[in-house]
Ligand binder design. Sequence first.
Ligand SMILES: [Zn+2]
Length: 346
Amino acid sequence: MNPLLPSRNTLPELQLLENLLDRAGSAVRAECVLRVPLHGRELPVWRLEMGSTAPDAPVAGFFGGIHGMERIGSQVLLAWLESLVSRLDWDVSLQDLLQKVRLVCLPMINVGGLALNTRANPAGVDLMRNAPVEAHGYTAWPLGGQRLSRHLPWYRGEHRLEPEAEALIRVVRESMLHRPFAMAMDCHSGFGLRDRIWFPWARSREVPPHLAEAVALRHIFNSTYPNHDFYLMEPQSLNYTTHGDLWDYLYQEHLDSGDPGFFLPFTLEMGSWLWVKKNPRQLFDWFGHFNPVLPHRLKRVLRRHLTLFDFMLRATASWEQWLPQQEEARRAYRLAGLERWYPRGG
Ligand SMILES: [Zn+2]
């Protein structure tokens, strides 16, 4: 049986995370950014930081557990953090890298949802529908977000930010915005057969403002790791649009601020339907729709994304080497993106 399956009153990921903090000592700066009351306990939402504290250092942000039952998102991040902490003891190249780059991680944002094994937070709100952002044009109802009832999925809440959403926004504002360069990866599971890397917007089918930058990142990833072609990198809105996406909200805030720095939020959607297809018994298990159940498959997923996360950290540290900054280069990358994803004009 999968050792990371939750049972009543245990939260194995929180145990893993707190053990990791003990082991890491001063190499990881940890702060509890929120306490979520649940069943007479207070569950901590941890923020972890490593590397440079220089205000102009580029920042790589990693996020997981926004949807509690998609716990594989927290688990892949914890597996990677374990590996980083172990490597700090001996890997001089990692130590050098962390001199240049700041790493911020909120691996278990919706800790109450993780404990309850629900997508929503304990108040029944889907945090990825909770931001004050209205989608443009057609949005599938209720998937795009609804205010009819907290007992239906994709509930947006009552026109105010939930504490977990506020905590996420605060961390991103403090640690990622108004820097020369920041890139985020928010880890989810549950959509489709392929692992997807999405970039904003979720709220609009318009061509995303940073299409050129996303194409450039895709290009260096694919040419560096030609055998990792299992990722499908694309604008999220090709799949569906939603109201209330927290990354749209932060992305728009950054665009509106006129800040010359870059803020590129990506979402990793691990294609969980593949796990169900390979193990149809998972069909009868709600947990199984969103997480690998068999131990060998869990291990495979835990190691599958280590390369991507390492790549994100290195690409952040070296952003000036690959990000198109001349207008001509930007135009060429944008054109490549338009041809790939918007063949009928964007
Ligand atoms: Zn999700």
